[in-house]
Design a protein around this ligand. Structure first.
Ligand code: ZN
Length: 154
């Protein structure tokens, strides 16, 4: 069996988180935050379950990571997310000064890391985010597609 790269290992955990969201009836989006080679925070979308738009996977994970590090700045962290972040989460990532985000698949209808807007590379903001996508892309995309397929059948 092919050995997984670190990026794939972390993304696999983000996918595991996304599946927890699916179990509670939320759109399957998952996220982990890595610091010093370790996953320090995990999050999954709980928007419907918690009835708040503030429960996106990324925000849940940012909150936990800040608690663990005792700092709102997450300057030495890398975030792994299954789907390109929305404007709110991309904004929070910039605010938390996360230097690097690795993403599974893009979200052409709502993504703000390059699809609709690119909040990670706005010249006049002083913080820029290094953004990569395409890690375990097929799994991430298929997870979303099958969720919406099942939803349409209901
Ligand atoms: Zn979001």
């Amino acid at each position: 069996m092919k050995k997984l790269s670190d990026d794939e290992r972390y993304m696999r955990e983000a996918i595991r988180q996304a599946k927890k969201a699916e179990k509670i009836g939320d759109v399957p989006i998952g996220c982990v935050i890595v610091y010093d080679g370790k996953i320090i925070a995990r999050g999954y979308n709980r928007r419907n379950k918690d009835k708040t738009t503030l429960a996106h996977a990324e925000l849940v994970a940012i909150k936990k990571a800040s608690k663990i590090l005792g700092d709102w700045r997450l300057e030495e962290c890398t975030m792994y997310i299954t789907l390109e972040p929305c404007q709110m989460c991309a904004g929070a990532i910039v605010q938390a000064r996360i230097p690097k985000v690795i993403c599974g698949c893009m979200n052409p209808k709502a993504g703000c890391a390059g699809s609709i807007l690119d909040l990670f590379h706005v010249d006049k903001f002083n913080h820029k985010v290094d953004f990569e996508y395409g890690i375990m892309e097929d799994e991430c995309r298929e997870m979303m597609q099958s969720f919406f397929r099942k939803l349409r059948k209901k």
